[in-house]
Ligand binder design. Structure first.
Ligand SMILES: [Zn+2]
Length: 223
């Protein structure tokens, strides 16, 4: 490609946008067309320009539609973001207030090494439960002491040591208030299922005891 042609191509290409848009006069058109007849590269440039011009209204249309969509959505998005922030702040504040003001709640069943099952409950919800294990020796009874307040109750179920799906409950008893109760059970190992069937507040101990009167259940006031 010689230098003159390069310059001419440059000039023509400067004119091409106006030429394609049909903004050029007849003399310029003639000049451009003469050059295009001889110059394949410039012809390609014109073809590209014409193709782009054909496509551009579609592209612009799509872009405009997309832009309108984005503009419409911008407001909505901003609103959603603000609502989300407010909601998050409210949830966090609520959680802090709830954590600070709610009464603590627990239902602890502790199976001690000394064979004493200790249940401590504070505002325990209905359904709170635990499992204890007890061994009753010959001549011993199961002693249950309760110190429950606020009309709360704790239910114990006595089951055989090895519990499975078919296991039958040997004994079920619900305790309220302050009591000391004694139950005769055959010597052996037992599983004790302990449940707050209402709410539970207070404490309970369950142990094997040889101190009570033999030969029957006795109920007496607590210490
Ligand atoms: Zn050219």
């Amino acid at each position: 490609m010689n230098e003159t042609k390069q310059i001419l191509c440059g000039v023509i290409r400067d004119l091409l946008p106006s030429y394609v848009e049909q903004l050029t006069g007849s003399e310029t058109n003639e000049l451009v067309e003469q050059h295009l007849a001889d110059c394949e590269e410039c012809r390609k440039v014109v073809e590209n320009m014409k193709n782009n011009e054909k496509m551009s209204p579609v592209i612009q249309g799509e872009e405009k539609a997309e832009l309108d969509f984005l503009k419409k959505n911008k407001k909505r998005t901003r609103l959603i973001v603000w609502c989300s922030i407010v909601a998050a702040v409210l949830v966090i504040c609520g959680a802090i207030i709830y954590a600070a003001t709610r009464p603590s709640s627990y239902f602890i069943v502790d199976n001690g090494d000394d064979g004493v099952i200790t249940v401590t409950a504070q505002n325990a919800a209905k359904g709170s439960s635990g499992i204890g294990y007890i061994t009753i020796a010959e001549g011993q009874e199961m002693e249950v002491r309760t110190n429950l307040t606020d009309n709360s109750s704790i239910t114990i179920e006595v089951l055989p040591a090895n519990v499975d799906a078919t296991t039958k409950v040997l004994m079920e008893e619900t305790f309220t208030a302050i009591n000391a109760d004694f139950y005769e059970l055959p010597a052996g190992d037992y599983t004790i299922r302990i449940t707050a069937k209402k709410g539970a507040n207070g404490d309970m101990t369950i142990k094997a005891s040889g101190e009570s009167d033999a030969g029957g259940n006795t109920t007496s006031a607590a210490d």
